[in-house]
Ligand binder design. Sequence first.
Ligand code: SLL
Length: 169
Amino acid sequence: RVRVRGLSVHRPIIYGNSASVLTPKERESAPDSHTHRWTVAVRSAASNPNSDVVGGADDLGYFIKRVTFKLHDTYQNSVRNIDKPPFEVSETGWGEFEIAIRISFVPEAGEKQMTLYHHLKLHPWVEGEGSGPPPLDQAVKLGPVHSWQYDEVVFIDPFQSFLNVLTSY
Ligand code: SLL
């Protein structure tokens, strides 16, 4: 296995969550205490010219083997392994918490896992309000909450075989 010394390859990603207040109809089928639905995800921040997928949501699978989302212990099966794109988990719930996002790479990479942390955000920030989130009826009017961060996965001195994988997409 030959490393290509002096080279680093960057792959831009975004990670984070979107959240909305449950509609009255959704509340009927959700547990009583649940107020929001949300999706946490890791996505490509680059559009892949060889992919039909607009926005690149599906084009991380060639170098990411698995994304593990560790949810709050109040969730059943709080460790969620996602083995193909889209790398995301959707749930309903009532509270915000920290999610550990562990990214494992394809075997050719010969790379250790990488862990990111994201604070699940459900509540909009409202100027001039005291402490605490706005009431749900106000949150509905404000629309979905989005909390996303940009990052880059950097492969330093990649194996030649992995470089071939990275650059053939
Ligand atoms: C809080 N420290 O107290 C946080 C914990 C946990 C939220 C929030 C799921 C509950 C279920 C859920 O929303 N947990 O599935 O019953 O705000």
